[in-house]
Design a binder for this molecule. Structure first.
Ligand code: BG6
Length: 586
């Protein structure tokens, strides 16, 4: 996903635009650009790379003008080149556009614009059709509102864009992709993410689908796509979403890992929502859980927790696979959608499929104003604060904690939850990471690694492999312990490393047999356990706690292994290449 911005003020906007783009860089960091209106001309500066590097090179923040737009890109259409960076201008440079999402019919629009309007395209993006369409309609009507209504009739796909007119209008258009208005004393800002808002702005309006907003003369008006004036609600942003910084930490990923002793204590602490969600789960004949990436691994963990402690059958459904395999969703089904951002396009598509089949939609999200929250009958918030590091960490443990709370509700407190014990275990592990740092140093040149776990520890192995892939670029595979001998064992030799998630529970004995099978092929074993064992080449100790809770604590040293390995390999863990915090395109 990309980040889009528009800012209208009574002072030069370029410095604030660049600062806000920096805050939203986790949404996409292939290229960056701004366009600023000064008098009746628009100046544009854009380049490939991250905000600070491009700004040092091009001095984007030195442009003068009180109205402007900005963008950071996660490439979907067209290579990562300066020409494909946003903003994109129309053929007369009178209108500039920044865009997030996909214009599905851009090729036919492009062909028509080239053939019938002589437009010469400068980029290979889908976006560049938008400013050129706007120009054609504006030249016809000289009315910005009419221009937008005519243009959106032509566009297909899920998108949001902000357009800057050299006649003095700033326009934001929302069709599925997030768009928020921030209202300050002298500033009006349009953004795809509240994290991008300047510190002094806490009043926000979340635009609804098929709405657009026109800002001119420091005033704004919101319309729906048929041109009717739309009502809106001004909300106040929670304090922890304002001015998110790393504090004393080097990276957001490190900060978010070390925030978990606190975030675990407040996960999903809205009991009323939790009750409602537990009720829907209790009364549904069929329960499906869906998500992408880390959130999908939570859906798999749910299957084990619901079956083991509540005797409830729960099916996990990979969101991006939902359209190929959801024919079995029947009435009185519940689709429990899990998404940190609440904006992942694959998850929203799975939800729309579930809705068409009359399934009840409940969700777990980290942004109560996200699209997924709006699509849900009930949703429960993680309450862990903004997560900036692209690799999910604290959101994962908060998602897991909420699952434990729902299951405990379903089995009338059979798990005896005590998150203080978990929080203390986190503090213990985080208080001394020297062994893990040593391990990361000694394995920094590996190219492959396997992670195994049995039962509920299998999805933890999958999550660990995902973290390692995301932020260290080492090929990692998460495997069910019992499956190793049915194939992957062929890859075991003296150069192979295997992380074995092996707390002292009912999977322990079987895992030790697997460890010995691995050792007899001279591979190296990294044991994650509360119990030491002579077969481990490396032992990462975790505190001994009630067996039910090992999944919640064993993930911490595994996150740390990924984090310190990324540092050893000279990688910025916050912005791994080719990824984005959540992907709002299919
Ligand atoms: C990816 C992120 O883009 O999306 C992952 O890099 C994340 O960390 C996945 O797990 C799903 O995101 P979300 O917001 O739907 O949980």
């Amino acid at each position: 996903m990309c980040s889009i911005l528009g800012l209208d003020s009574d002072h030069d906007v370029a410095p604030d635009l660049v600062k806000s783009l920096k805050k939203m860089e986790y949404r996409g960091y292939d290229s960056v650009g701004v366009a600023i209106k000064n008098d009746s001309s628009i100046s544009i500066k854009k380049g490939v790379g991250k905000v600070n590097a491009v700004n040092n090179d091009l001095q984007m923040d030195k442009l003068s003008g009180h109205m402007g737009i900005g963008h950071t890109r996660w490439a979907t259409h067209g290579k990562v080149t300066p020409e494909n960076a946003h903003p994109h201008m129309c053929s007369t440079n009178s209108i500039g556009v920044v865009h997030n999402g996909i214009i599905e019919n851009y090729l036919e629009l492009r062909e028509d614009l080239e053939k019938n309007h002589g437009v010469i395209f400068k980029s290979t993006t889908d976006t560049e059709v938008i400013p050129n369409l706007l120009k054609i309609y504006f030249e016809k009507s000289h009315d910005v509102k009419k221009t937008i209504m005519d243009t959106v009739q032509k566009l297909k796909g899920h998108y949001a864009f902000v357009a800057l007119f050299n006649t003095g209008e700033l326009v934001g258009v929302k069709n599925h992709e997030p768009l928020i208005l921030g209202i300050g004393d002298t500033d009006l800002i349009l953004t795809s993410d509240v994290v991008g808002l300047p510190e002094n702005i806490s009043s926000v309006v979340y635009l609804e689908n098929n709405q657009f907003i026109i800002i001119e003369n420091h005033k704004h008006k919101i319309f729906d796509f048929t041109g009717h004036v739309a009502q809106f609600t001004i909300k106040t942003l929670p304090k922890n979403y304002q001015n998110v910084t790393k504090g004393s930490y080097k990276y957001f990923t490190e900060k978010e890992i070390f925030e978990q002793p606190d975030s675990i204590l407040v996960a999903g602490c809205n009991d009323e929502h939790l009750e409602k969600i537990a009720d829907v789960v209790k009364n549904s004949d069929y329960l499906y859980l869906t998500g992408s990436g880390t959130s999908y691994n939570i859906a798999v963990i749910a299957k084990y927790l619901f079956s083991r402690y509540a005797g409830k059958k729960a099916e996990h459904l990979m969101a991006s696979e939902a359209k190929y395999s959801s024919q079995y969703i029947v009435p009185n089904s519940t689709l429990f959608a899990i998404s940190q951002s609440g904006e992942s396009a694959d998850v929203l598509e799975a939800v729309s499929i579930g809705k068409k089949k009359n399934a009840k939609i409940i969700s777990m999200i980290n942004s109560e104003n996200s699209s997924l929250a709006r699509e849900s009958l009930y949703s429960i918030g993680l309450n862990c604060g903004p997560e900036i590091g692209v690799a999910a960490t604290k959101s994962f443990t908060s998602q897991m904690a909420i699952l434990y709370k729902i299951v405990d509700n379903l089995c009338d407190g059979c798990i005896t939850l005590n998150f203080k014990i978990i929080s203390d275990a986190y503090k213990k592990i985080l208080s001394d990471t020297s062994t893990i740092q040593e391990l990361a140093k000694s394995i920094k040149n590996i190219e492959n690694i396997f992670v195994i776990g049995r039962g509920i520890h299998y999805p933890i192995a999958k999550e660990t492999a995902l973290k390692i892939k995301e932020i260290t670029y080492v090929h990692a595979e998460g495997i069910a312990g019992g499956e190793l001998k049915h194939g992957p064992l062929a890859l075991m030799d003296e150069s192979t490393y295997v992380i074995v998630i092996n707390p002292d529970d009912d999977s322990y004995v079987d895992n030790i047999s697997t460890v010995n099978e691995i050792k007899s092929r001279n591979a190296k074993v990294i044991g994650i356990s509360n119990k030491e064992h002579p077969s481990y080449d490396y032992w990462i100790q975790i505190p001994t706690i009630a067996k039910a809770f090992y999944p919640l604590i064993e993930i911490i040293p595994l996150q740390l292994i990924s984090y310190y390995l990324s540092l050893e390999r000279g990688i910025d863990p916050d912005y791994p290449k080719n990824l984005a915090k959540s992907v709002t395109v299919k």
